[in-house]
Design a protein around this ligand. Structure first.
Ligand code: CP3
Length: 336
């Protein structure tokens, strides 16, 4: 069993570090490949290159876990929605049609994502046994945000659209749940051993609807995983104090803190769960002294409980890879 899976399932303490977006634009070796592969979706569907990119940060830093190079938007892609990535504006999806959900079936969906599963197979063979291969999905709500374009350019919720489509949400979320469970199952069968569920836009849901659109859909997925002995890490970003309600309702094996949460608050209020991450990725743009001071705050806060060292969101493209190395060394050599 990989170290990360052991920590998550047995709730034991053991040093373990990986970073969200560890395979990405801050690495010159990634940019080299990306330059020659302008179509991001196609790159995600190139099993050999996807595996190579997944292993880049492992080779560079000997991290404890690899996360497969893919994207949460591969799910709407496999359901037939057209996606392009523009440099300035991020992902652009064409208009979503609710009928597309019924027109698909699990076989067709799985076939479209087969290159992702192949990339996992290739990577697992090359990765040391103790290292975890993490797979992931976007939580249903966060996928809805992109599929229906529910977010404005300033990253606020588009309330007009929200109210216009709201009556359809439950039906779409339920349909998505089936495809997402299939996607998880396929990734695990291919050799991944932990799944992270990214609800990056959970913080946009109006308070009265959080249960319906965040807690319940996440719980359905976590329950599915638990019945199949798949270890889960949830990331309901932006929930503030509702992280506690989320944790008690959803009961994942692990929970990733965002950078807004106070680590001491998290330690006192998030129980029966392995805590991961929290450190603001923007800190890595600061001086070594500042980086180590803030990192120490997290390491100290969680020194008596199982903790997986990670960030409060993905590594930023402008991060200096040497700072990442410095932080990893500091964490690994930290003794108290
Ligand atoms: O973490 C890893 O290293 C694994 C790969 C991974 C990517 N995206 C690769 C990627 C993972 C786990 C994701 C998750 C993802 N994708 C999320 C959830 C986490 C989060 O950041 O909140 C979301 C919301 C997406 C959707 C997405 N993909 C956006 C909004 C963008 C464009 C903006 C951005 O952050 O770059 C992407 C593109 C993307 N996904 C890139 C990478 C390496 C950059 C592609 C490029 O080279 O231009």
């Amino acid at each position: 069993m990989s170290n990360l899976k052991k920590i998550l399932t047995n709730k034991i303490s053991c040093k373990s570090v990986w970073f969200m977006r560890q395979a990405g634009r801050y690495l010159p070796e990634f940019r080299e490949i990306r330059k020659k592969n302008k179509d991001f979706i196609k790159l995600c569907l190139n099993s050999n290159l996807s595996s190579e990119i997944t292993l880049q940060p492992i080779k560079r830093y000997n991290l404890d876990s690899a996360i497969i190079f893919s994207d949460i938007l591969m799910t709407p892609y496999a359901l037939g929605q057209n996606i392009t990535f523009t440099k300035k504006e991020g992902p652009k999806l064409n208009e979503f049609r609710i009928e597309s959900l019924n027109k698909n079936n699990k076989e067709k969906f799985s076939k479209k994502l087969n290159p992702v599963y192949k990339a996992i197979e290739i990577t697992r063979k090359k990765l040391e046994k103790e290292k975890s291969l993490i797979c992931f999905i976007g939580a249903p709500w966060t996928l809805l945000i992109y599929m229906l374009g529910l977010k404005k350019h300033n990253n606020r919720l588009d309330l007009n659209k929200y109210n216009k489509y709201k009556t359809q949400f439950n039906e779409i979320l339920l349909e998505l749940n089936g495809y997402l469970c299939t996607h998880i199952e396929n990734q695990i069968n291919a050799g991944a051993d932990v799944v992270q569920i990214f609800d990056s836009w959970a913080g946009l849901i109006p308070e009265k609807d959080i249960k319906d659109f965040c807690y319940v859909p996440n719980k359905k997925i976590v329950d599915f995983c638990r019945s199949n002995k798949i270890a889960t890490i949830c990331f309901p970003k932006g929930l503030k104090k509702n992280y506690e309600v989320f944790n008690n309702f959803v009961r994942p094996d692990g929970i990733n803190l965002d950078a807004e949460l106070d680590p001491q608050w998290a330690k006192n209020n998030l129980k029966n769960v392995v805590i991961q991450g929290g450190l603001d990725p923007k800190i890595l743009l600061q001086t070594d002294e500042v980086i180590l001071e803030v990192a120490t705050k997290y390491i100290k806060a969680f020194k008596d409980i199982p903790y997986v060292f990670n960030l409060g969101h993905g590594l930023l493209p402008e991060t200096d890879p040497d700072k990442v190395k410095m932080l990893i060394n500091f964490y690994r050599n930290y003794n108290e």
